[in-house]
Design a protein around this ligand. Structure first.
Ligand code: SAM
Length: 285
């Protein structure tokens, strides 16, 4: 008898949909103090990181998300030197951020050290820059760290969080954005993963309202593909302190001193060119 394929399935209740990847087996499972962490070996997408039953990344397609979290915000800042990553325990965003020689220091604050330790073992390619002398990895609650950060100490804050449930919920709050606003210098940028513009307008709109309510003057949402996330269309939202956005450093972005798989000047521009169904829904926030 031939063996039946085995599948990992993520249900998306809000869309009445589910997404499956064929697997060879489960490589790891543990319950940390904060969440359940699992790693599966898939047949076609490499290793898969799952937290509390939600896909965080696959080895094959995480580059869309990590490049779009890192590069648009960095190229939108005139002189980005000091950065913080809140969440991001898989270290993929950190790896992209550190590709920029102008970044002098990055502090990554993830609440759960176990996520990083598991990723060091099963996703070594994402953790390849963890020993970079510019990087500091801390394991505490991101909102607590941000509330204690010195005023004006950061140029860019990347919020690479889990969904707004469990420990990630506070990272989608006005209080958190107010702490980020205080920690950024003039012209500073926060960028946060902002879920699917097709499925999660109920998260995206309040996020923008809260960013503005916390003092950010201007926001920009970027849309990009993320095949293993619900419905495959994802977003990140940037907000700028003090000044409105005025384009990005296109000349620098056209000649990055590193290779990319998705990010280019054109995909950056394209991500900012919101499709009408998104633009319409964000027009009044
Ligand atoms: N790209 C992923 C996604 O959207 O599915 C997120 C990846 S990353 C693994 C998310 C990280 O956020 C996790 O490692 C989790 O521990 C961390 N996290 C959740 N709540 C946090 C908090 N309050 N402070 C710091 N990190 C937090």
């Amino acid at each position: 008898m031939t063996e039946q394929p085995r599948w990992f399935r993520e249900d998306c209740d809000e869309a009445g949909s589910a997404f499956s990847l064929q697997i060879r087996g489960r490589l790891h499972q543990e319950q940390s103090p904060y969440q359940t962490i699992e790693v599966f070996e898939t047949t076609h997408f490499g290793n898969l990181l799952v937290i509390d039953d939600f896909i965080q990344l696959s080895a094959r397609d995480n580059f869309f998300y990590h490049e779009m979290m890192a590069h648009p915000a960095i190229y939108s800042h005139a002189n980005p030197r000091r950065a913080a990553i809140i969440g991001g325990g898989d270290c993929g965003t950190l790896h992209e951020v550190l590709k920029h020689p102008e970044i002098e220091q990055v502090t990554q604050i993830d609440i759960d050290e176990r996520v990083t330790r598991v990723c060091e073992r099963f996703f070594p390619e994402l953790c390849a820059s963890n020993d970079d002398p510019r990087a500091t990895l801390l394991f505490i609650d991101g909102i607590r760290w941000m509330e204690e950060a010195p005023a004006g100490a950061l140029d860019i804050i990347f919020v690479d969080s889990t969904d707004p449930i469990g420990p990630g919920e506070v990272l989608f709050s006005r209080d958190f954005y107010a702490a980020c606003h205080a920690a950024l210098g003039e012209g500073g940028i926060i960028v946060q993963q902002s879920e699917s513009p097709l499925l999660h307008m109920d998260i995206l709109r309040p996020m923008i309202e809260d960013m503005r309510g916390a003092g950010f003057r201007d926001t920009r949402t970027l849309c990009f593909p993320q095949p293993t996330y619900p419905c495959g269309l994802w977003s990140a939202t940037m907000a700028r302190k003090g000044l409105p956005f005025d384009g990005f450093r296109e000349e620098d972005a056209a000649h990055p001193p590193f290779a990319t798989q998705y990010y280019t000047v054109d995909t950056h521009r394209g991500a900012l060119a919101l499709p009408p169904f998104v633009a319409r829904q964000l027009a009044d926030v």
